[in-house]
Design a protein around this ligand. Structure first.
Ligand code: URA
Length: 190
């Protein structure tokens, strides 16, 4: 990880812009390659992530690793972060005020990762990064462009654990992602 990212992480560890920092065990800032052409953004840490201080290390994370393998990648070649960096109590959805308070940290990560392609994992990340009224059932797998960066949302891995019927559509989305990565990035050459 770059020195700048480490610095940003230690600043974030002292953040008191919302109350989530008072109930978390560990900060879950982000993991992976900096810079990277591909960045994944989830919602927020769950129990395992809170205990280990790393994103997507619980059951949903195992599925995310499988999804990365399907497209010929692993977590050392991409960057993975979340919309909020501290676990919301009882795994509730992050509140609007918490998302707003945490946004500058995500923006800081973006500035250092400089992704060409961003994959939003689930509705909350998509509503932060693509459009506030994003409809995951209708709009997953579609491309959106902002400031030269391409965004796609897919179902959150936790949703895919709960509802197997969503998996075939996600395989299609991942195939589309792989095609664009092959065409528009050097990620398979690095
Ligand atoms: N779910 C998320 O959205 N992020 C994590 O880091 C883990 C589970």
């Amino acid at each position: 990880m770059s020195e700048e990212m480490k610095r940003l992480e230690s600043e974030c560890a002292a953040c008191s812009r919302c109350a989530l920092g008072t109930t978390r065990t560990n900060l879950v800032f982000g993991v992976g390659k900096v810079p990277s052409e591909l960045m994944f953004v989830g919602e927020g840490p769950g129990e395992q992530e809170d205990l280990q201080g790393e994103p997507f290390v619980g059951p949903a994370g195992k599925l995310l690793d499988d999804m990365l393998e399907m497209i010929g990648l692993d977590r050392s070649r991409v960057y993975i972060g979340n919309t909020v960096k501290c676990r919301p109590p009882m795994n509730r959805d992050p509140e609007d005020g918490e998302l707003r308070a945490c946004r500058p940290w995500l923006d800081g990560q973006f500035a250092l990762v400089r992704p060409k392609i961003v994959v939003c994992l689930g509705r909350i990340a998509a509503s932060q990064l693509i459009r506030p009224d994003f409809r995951i059932t209708r709009e997953h797998g579609q491309w959106f462009e902002k400031n030269g960066v391409r965004y796609m949302a897919i179902y959150h891995p936790s949703a895919l654990l709960r509802d197997l019927s969503k998996r075939p559509e996600t395989f299609e989305d991942l195939r589309e992602l792989r095609a664009v990565l092959r065409r528009e990035t050097q990620i398979y050459q690095s």
